[in-house]
Design a protein around this ligand. Structure first.
Ligand SMILES: *[C@@H]1O[C@H](CO)[C@@H](O)[C@H](O)[C@H]1NC(C)=O
Ligand SMILES: *[C@@H]1O[C@H](CO)[C@@H](O)[C@H](O)[C@H]1NC(C)=O
Length: 532
């Protein structure tokens, strides 16, 4: 949605002024968003010793001088995994910047272990799973079932999928439900299994398939609207559907959004099977449900680290993707003194020259990169020093080429050398292709290994990178007429289309002003984001 220097921010501001025009524009933006997932720009700067990486944890008696890395990521990771099935699970700690100042709470760690036990007990191919499926087919599911499930159904590009899976997992965690993914072919070999000795992939013989017709008979919002379901319903003898479909994509209506109300949450607990389809980071909405308040504050004392912890816990690159990441990293980034990631995502046609100047101006004024001297050809270059590297991710190659030429043709005023890299430029987004998604995930992950990030507004690709990396990005939005880009105050993804309904007061509210830790997103003021 960022066009040239000002349109992105201007559009965002206009949301408050011209809601209808803005809505129309948003729909245009969104339809574009499906088509082109951004592969972006990555620069990074802390040098992980590459010898340490190859020695890694496998060689116990490694004589490296590096302090031992925290392979279990502060206890987030279960010890119950073996190594070879998923190399990234153990090796990722070696690539992360250190030390992480976002420690998972002991309570979160306990709850994850409890969740893992539940998932193992109820997961695919267990007796309890088969029983639950039989009950689903025969329409005899009961709320008292031992195992209750939420089935996530994909919508949109990889970034959208990752943030919505994380949200669905939080929903499952809060409600003691088991999360299963309807994994389409284009997601086949992206992630390792996150839970030990079981699988989060929905078995292919699961009897229900998502299609839009589900909405009529099983859509939660639709049933509420037609008064076939109500929160004060005596479910004991009412004839309820065997499962419900939750429509949590950006375009859902006020009835679908009753999901975010406490009474809605309680009603949903009466169903053993829920299908959930979303392209949103809807986790922030649970912070508005009073009954989750205590639980969430124990799980996440640091509210801006919700996605950071859930994301690093859930999304481990498969061995294939990990191969892309480690080969690229070792070849181009490991030797750098520092790494800057630049993620460029254009949702509409932007004027290339002004937009690339704008990005470079942001990097220079925020001192993320040194300036060049355009006239003095005798400026010395520091010899023997490590370069600073820039990783650019973008669907196109123009930005990368412009930046690389700038540092090739001119010396920096500091004498430093800048190496500029872009892993791929696919020109168009192809979320339906597995190979495209594997490369996209590799690039998101490489961006997350940066020391600093510049990201495009509204991009879920950037959100995932900043969240995994634990980084507050520099956002390519103009905060005011004087400043170029904005240092985000949160590393959380933005919930672009949150509810606008106060469940208690039963009226519309500005959702960005009802809780101190929920504010409008700097890059998309219609949305909300968690803050500390
Ligand atoms: C449900 O049960 C109550 C009494 O327990 C009864 O009055 C009511 O008619 C029943 N409703 C249906 C739909 O069977
Ligand atoms: C470039 O170098 C020349 C000669 O050293 C100097 O006079 C000029 O101020 C420099 N310009 C910038 C932008 O640093």
């Amino acid at each position: 949605m960022f066009e040239g220097r000002t349109l992105g921010y201007g559009l965002a501001r206009s949301l408050f002024v011209f809601p209808f025009l803005a809505l129309a524009l948003l729909l245009i933006v969104l339809s574009g968003a499906h088509r082109s997932l951004s592969l972006d720009l990555l620069l990074s700067s802390y040098a992980v010793p590459s010898e340490a990486v190859t020695n890694s944890s496998c060689s116990a008696g490694s004589s490296t001088a590096e302090p031992p890395k925290d392979e279990l990521l502060g206890g987030l990771m279960s010890v119950a995994f073996d190594g070879a099935s998923c190399l990234s699970r153990h090796q990722s700690a070696w690539y992360r910047r250190k030390p992480s100042n976002h420690t998972p709470s002991p309570y979160l760690i306990r709850r994850l272990r409890r969740y893992e036990a539940l998932h193992k007990k109820c997961g695919p191919n267990t007796k309890l799973y088969r029983k639950a499926v039989e009950q689903l087919v025969s329409g005899t599911s009961t709320a008292a079932a031992e195992c209750n499930y939420v089935v996530w159904v994909p919508s949109d590009g990889l970034g959208n999928r990752i943030i919505s899976i994380a949200s669905a997992f939080l929903y499952a965690l809060l409600n003691d439900k088991v999360l299963l993914l309807h994994r389409t072919d284009d997601m086949g070999d992206l992630f390792c299994e996150p839970f030990p000795e079981t699988s989060w992939v929905l078995p292919s013989d699961f009897p229900v398939r998502y299609s839009w017709v589900l909405e009529k008979d099983h859509g939660y919002g639709n049933l509420l609207k037609n008064k076939l379901l109500s929160s004060d319903m005596d479910t004991a003898n009412a004839s309820l559907p065997a499962f419900l479909y939750l429509h949590l994509v950006h375009s859902n209506d006020e009835f679908d959004k009753m999901f975010y109300c406490e009474e809605g949450q309680q009603l949903l607990r009466k169903f053993s099977w829920l299908l959930l389809r979303s392209n949103q980071y809807f986790a922030p909405a649970f912070f508005l449900v009073p009954e989750f308040e205590t639980e969430l504050s124990l799980l996440f004392p640091e509210k801006t680290a919700v996605f950071h912890h859930l994301g690093t816990y859930l999304f481990h690159p498969s061995n294939t993707v990990w191969g892309y990441i480690t080969r690229y990293y070792e070849a181009y980034l490991a030797n750098a003194k520092s790494r800057l990631g630049i993620q460029i995502r254009l949702f509409r046609r932007a004027h290339f020259d002004s937009h690339s100047d704008y990005i470079i101006d942001c990097a220079l004024t925020k001192r993320l990169l040194p300036n060049v001297n355009l006239t003095d050809t005798a400026l010395p270059t520091i010899t023997g020093a490590k370069p600073r590297s820039v990783l650019v991710t973008s669907l196109r190659s123009g930005y990368f080429e412009k930046l690389r030429s700038m540092y090739y043709e001119h010396a920096t005023t500091t004498g430093e050398v800048i190496s500029v890299h872009q892993p791929s430029h696919e020109e168009e987004q192809h979320s339906e292709k597995l190979n495209h998604n594997m490369k996209a995930f590799a690039e998101i992950y490489l961006l997350s290994l940066s020391d600093a990030l510049i990201t495009s507004p509204f991009s879920t690709f950037g959100y995932v990178a900043q969240g995994l990396g634990g980084l507050r990005p520099w956002l390519l939005v103009r905060p005011d007429d004087h400043d170029l880009c904005l240092h985000s105050t949160s590393m959380e993804p933005c919930f672009h289309f949150p509810p606008s309904y106060d469940c208690k007061a039963r009226k519309k509210v500005d959702i960005g002003s009802v809780a101190p830790y929920l504010r409008h997103c700097e890059d998309f003021p219609h949305g909300v984001r968690l803050f500390d």
